[in-house]
Structures are given as structure tokens and as C-alpha cells.
Ligand binder design. Structure first.
Ligand SMILES: CC1=C(CCC(=O)O)c2cc3nc(cc4[nH]c(cc5[nH]c(cc1n2)c(C)c5CCC(=O)O)c(CCC(=O)O)c4C)C(CCC(=O)O)=C3C
Ligand SMILES: [Fe+2]
Length: 386
């Protein structure tokens, strides 16, 4: 018999109005036969040239056709469940992906099986841009539409809210600080010179047009990264007892060479700093919450080869993954979102110079290109169609 006392009632955090947490991610292949269908899902309607798909396919085949992302998400789900249990919160966690099984559709079916009526989505992207914000909200709306569960005011089935972009939440920042400090320790173990080392933050490149359209609360996608980077650098410098020189570089660009994407590419950047006399590098993939294929291939394989060729001593710091401050922070964000949904005044925790980002997106938020409406409905905003 479960026991329930007045004490529990007084201390169990208030999750109302939510009855489920939806962990919403990108997805990735689990075996070689998955690779091409997965890439078709990702690129549907995006006009990515076949040559690029073959190249990306090779990255996956080099790892036995398996991306680390699904196991990472299962580990995050387990860590969230453990943290919820630790706090006495009973809330089912349902995992789904935009581009691979379990798909968005499967997750909604699972939520219905649990009789969930109002779920809160946690996307595995900390920064706002089309790719990290609106694309998730659009896919959710489009899948509901296909299920016959969308009308002009939103979902007629399970309703969804979204947790704010969390790049400037203290838990995410702290987990990155810890990961970078571990990176400096690993560098020292390899004989690297900490005070002289360059800290290179890395994130996914996006087209300049998507960057321009990503301005939310004063800051574009790359500015959000710089804001977090400054917070991390200040704390790391303090802990190490010396100033840390840092840069932001980008990986995984695609699209035609004629289309400008955010630069510098991490490989070009390693070359540039080596030419400047830098010998030691810590690479911190702040743009990825866990070890995705971009981390395994673009950083651990390609960028590490570049570094070796340049004679650099380089270590790759970890992603936040299931680090305790990150997971605790996500549960804090969940409680914050629930309080906002109940209409309560909340004190939103942030670090850095930027404010907490909106919990309900504004019209025009994170379009693919400035001034170009996507023509697709998007949930979790004040207006489904703008
Ligand atoms: C900002 C951003 C994130 C971070 C936010 C988030 O996490 O959502 C992200 C995540 C990911 N991107 C991933 C994989 C791919 N992304 C592609 C293509 C693209 N990504 C873009 C941006 C981003 N992508 C963009 C602007 C494109 C061009 C096409 C388009 O405009 O959409 C392509 C197509 C081939 C190629 O050209 O590379 C693939 C295969 C995986 C799975 C990795 C795994 O399997 O472990 C993950 C987590
Ligand atoms: Fe947004």
C-alpha cells in the first residue's frame, strides 16, 4: 500500500497542470539499415544534395551505422526519472524523436495510453534557432494535424507546452563548467600547458539567414552561445586561477558552398590558432547536450585528426549528458514551467547577460529565414500560424 501523509502533500512539488514530461529529441540510426531512411527523414523537403547525404552516411557507417544519440537520450530519460523520484515527484517521462523511432507519433500514442492530457516538452537543444526551437514545435503540430488532432486553436488531443531555451540556466552552465574543468585536468595529464591552452567552444553551424532569423530576447543563436561561453569562462578562470583565452567555432556545416554559414569551421580555426603559436587546446561542444554523431565524427574524429596533424595537444571536453547539475536544472525548469502555466509569479534563474527566454514563443519566433513565414503551424506559441 502506498502511504500518503499530510507531510508528503505539503512537500511534494506542484506539477499541475502537467501529467507527463515529453523528452523530445532529434533521433538517429541504430544500425546500418537505418542510415539512409533516417537521412531521408532529416532532409525531407530541405534540398540537401545527394552527395552530401552520401558523405554524412559514411560518417554513420564508420560507426557501424549507429549514432550514440539514442542511448544518450535513454540515459537522460533514466537520469530524469531518478531525479524526479528523488524529489518525490510522480510524473511519467515519454521519449520521442523528430527523425527516428520512437517517433513523435509514437510518443503521442504512448502519452494517450497513459491518459495524459497536458504534457510539457523538453527538447534536447539548449539554444534557440529554427533547428533548436521552431522545427520541434512545427513537427509536433504537423504530426497532430496528420492524426486529425489539430484545430485552429491548437491540439484537440494531448496539449503541449514547452520548457524555455535553457542555454542560460545555471544548471546547464554549471555542468559545462564541470566538463571543461575535467577537460583541463585531462589536458594536464597529457602534459599540456593549462594556462597557455586555448578553450575552443564548438557548436553546430547554421546558415547566416537562419542566424539572422534566430534573434530572441535580443540575442541570436551565436550570441546565445557567446553569452554562455562568457559565463563558463569566468567560472573556469576562477577555478583554475588564471585567465582563459577562448573562441567560438562551428562544425557540421552543410548546404552549397555559395550559401554562407556561421564560421569559422573548427578545423580552420585550429589551423589559425596553431599558426598563432597555440600548442594546447580544450574543445568544448557546448552546442550539443550529449554525444551526437557530430561530436563522435566531426570533433572526436575529424577535428582531433586536424589537431594531431598540426602538432596540437588537444582534448575534447564532455557534453553535459547526464551530469548532475544539468539533470537537476532540467527538473527545476520543469517546476518553473508548471508554475508559469498556473499563472504564478516566478523568479526565473539565469546566468549571463541575457534574460530568461520566453516559455511561450512569440509570433515569428525562430523562423528559418527572416520575414519568410514557414506556412506550417507551430505549437507552444501565442499564435499557431505565425
Ligand atoms: C542547430 C542544429 C542542431 C542542434 C539543435 C538540435 O539538437 O536539434 C542540430 C542537431 C542535429 N543534427 C543532426 C543530424 C543532421 N543534421 C542535418 C542538417 C542540418 N542540421 C542543422 C542544424 C542543427 N542540427 C542544419 C541547419 C542543417 C541543414 C538542413 C536543415 O536546414 O535542417 C543533417 C542532414 C545532413 C547534413 O547536411 O549534415 C543531419 C543528418 C543530429 C543527429 C546526430 C546523430 O545522429 O547523432 C542532431 C542532434
Ligand atoms: Fe522559438
Amino acid at each position: 500500500m502506498p502511504s500518503f501523509s499530510a507531510q508528503d502533500a505539503a512537500t511534494a512539488p506542484d506539477l499541475r497542470p502537467y501529467d507527463a514530461l515529453f523528452l523530445y529529441s532529434f533521433g538517429g540510426p541504430n544500425e546500418p539499415a537505418d542510415v539512409v531512411p533516417f537521412l531521408r527523414n532529416v532532409t525531407a523537403g530541405k534540398g540537401i544534395p545527394d552527395a552530401r547525404l552520401e558523405e554524412v552516411g559514411e560518417h554513420y557507417y564508420g560507426f557501424g551505422g549507429k549514432s550514440p544519440i539514442n542511448e544518450q537520450n535513454l540515459a537522460l530519460k533514466a537520469a530524469l526519472e531518478a531525479e524526479l523520484a528523488r524529489r518525490g515527484i510522480e510524473l511519467p517521462v515519454v521519449w520521442g524523436n523528430r527523425n527516428w523511432a520512437p517517433y513523435t507519433h509514437d510518443a503521442i500514442t504512448e502519452l494517450e495510453g497513459l491518459h495524459a492530457q497536458r504534457a510539457v516538452a523538453l527538447v534536447t537543444s539548449a539554444f534557440s534557432s529554427y533547428s533548436g526551437c521552431r522545427q520541434y514545435r512545427e513537427d509536433l503540430a504537423v504530426v497532430l494535424e496528420k492524426r486529425g488532432q489539430l484545430d485552429g486553436s491548437g491540439s484537440t488531443g494531448v496539449r503541449f507546452d514547452k520548457i524555455r531555451s535553457y542555454f542560460n540556466h545555471p544548471g546547464f552552465a554549471q555542468a559545462n563548467v564541470d566538463a571543461v574543468l575535467d577537460g583541463y585536468a585531462a589536458l594536464a595529464a597529457q602534459g599540456g600547458d593549462g594556462p597557455a591552452a586555448r578553450l575552443v567552444f564548438v557548436t553546430h553551424s547554421i546558415p547566416d539567414t537562419m542566424e539572422a532569423a534566430s534573434r530572441v530576447s535580443r540575442a541570436t543563436y551565436s550570441e546565445q552561445h557567446r553569452d554562455l561561453a562568457r559565463t563558463v569562462v569566468a567560472q573556469v578562470s576562477q577555478r583554475l586561477g588564471h585567465d582563459v583565452a577562448w573562441d567560438l567555432a562551428f562544425c557540421s556545416r552543410s548546404g552549397p558552398p555559395s550559401q554562407p554559414w556561421l564560421e569559422p569551421d573548427v578545423n580552420d580555426h585550429l589551423e589559425a590558432i596553431a599558426a598563432d603559436g597555440v600548442h594546447d587546446v580544450v574543445l568544448s561542444p557546448i552546442g550539443f547536450v550529449s554525444d551526437h554523431m557530430e561530436v563522435a565524427y566531426d570533433l572526436d574524429t575529424e577535428a582531433m585528426e586536424t589537431a594531431e596533424g598540426l602538432g596540437l595537444t588537444a582534448v575534447r571536453a564532455g557534453t553535459v549528458s547526464t551530469r548532475e547539475p544539468f539533470v537537476r536544472g532540467l527538473v527545476d525548469l520543469l517546476l518553473e514551467r508548471a508554475a508559469i502555466a498556473r499563472g504564478e509569479e516566478v523568479d526565473q534563474a539565469v546566468v549571463g547577460e541575457l534574460p530568461a527566454f520566453r516559455s511561450v514563443c512569440a509570433p515569428g519566433c525562430c523562423l528559418r529565414r527572416d520575414g519568410e513565414p514557414s506556412g506550417v503551424p507551430a505549437l507552444c506559441s501565442t499564435d499557431l500560424y505565425s
